[in-house]
Write a new protein. Structure first.
Length: 178
């Protein structure tokens, strides 16, 4: 049986956030490289994506998702992202029963989170077709590998598999983690 963490080890938090930041940074770089023939468009799209991705993960999540999470309610707890500590400084606690609502609606946090992971691949793909470069291909493969790593290793083995909320979380349920 998998151990459930009330306080995730610092190494797990570092792996999760490191993979997240690498994904976002490489995704933004790939967008800039892919559209470098149009520098204004490239930089606007790359920086726009980066701001969106960082905002949904490190601003929206602690303000919208974390307030209703178990990790916010437990003294000394630390979730996989560590955002429960940030949330405690920004927002009051919310109704614990509203935690599953993070997956409801078109612009819910879950959809925005998945968009932040998939968007750079979708934005780089046309550039690969129309303005091929080996550098862009390398970045595309790296971002795809980070997405696969997250879906097949980090979520089930490092993050969601050890989470106190896995039985109530729509993300864990969608991945079949019980």
């Amino acid at each position: 049986m998998t151990e459930v963490y009330q306080r995730y080890p610092a190494t797990s938090v570092a792996i999760y956030n490191g993979a997240t930041l690498a994904h976002y940074a490489l995704g933004a770089a790939g967008i800039v490289v892919g559209y470098d023939r149009w520098p204004v468009v490239a930089w606007a799209a790359g920086l726009g994506y980066l701001l969106f991705a960082l905002g949904q993960m490190y601003v929206m999540m602690p303000m919208v998702v974390c307030p209703s999470c178990t990790y916010r309610r437990l003294d000394g707890a630390r979730c996989i992202s560590g955002m429960n500590a940030v949330s405690a400084r920004l927002t009051p606690l919310a109704d614990h029963d509203s935690f599953p609502l993070r997956a409801r609606g078109v612009l819910c946090h879950n959809n925005l989170y998945m968009a932040s992971l998939i968007a750079p691949l979708l934005l780089m793909a046309p550039a690969l077709v129309f303005v091929f470069s080996w550098v862009l291909l390398g970045i595309f493969v790296a971002v795809a590998a980070l997405l696969a790593l997250r879906m097949f290793v980090i979520f089930p083995r490092v993050a969601c598999g050890h989470c106190l909320e896995k039985r109530r979380c729509p993300n864990a349920q969608a991945m079949g983690i019980k």
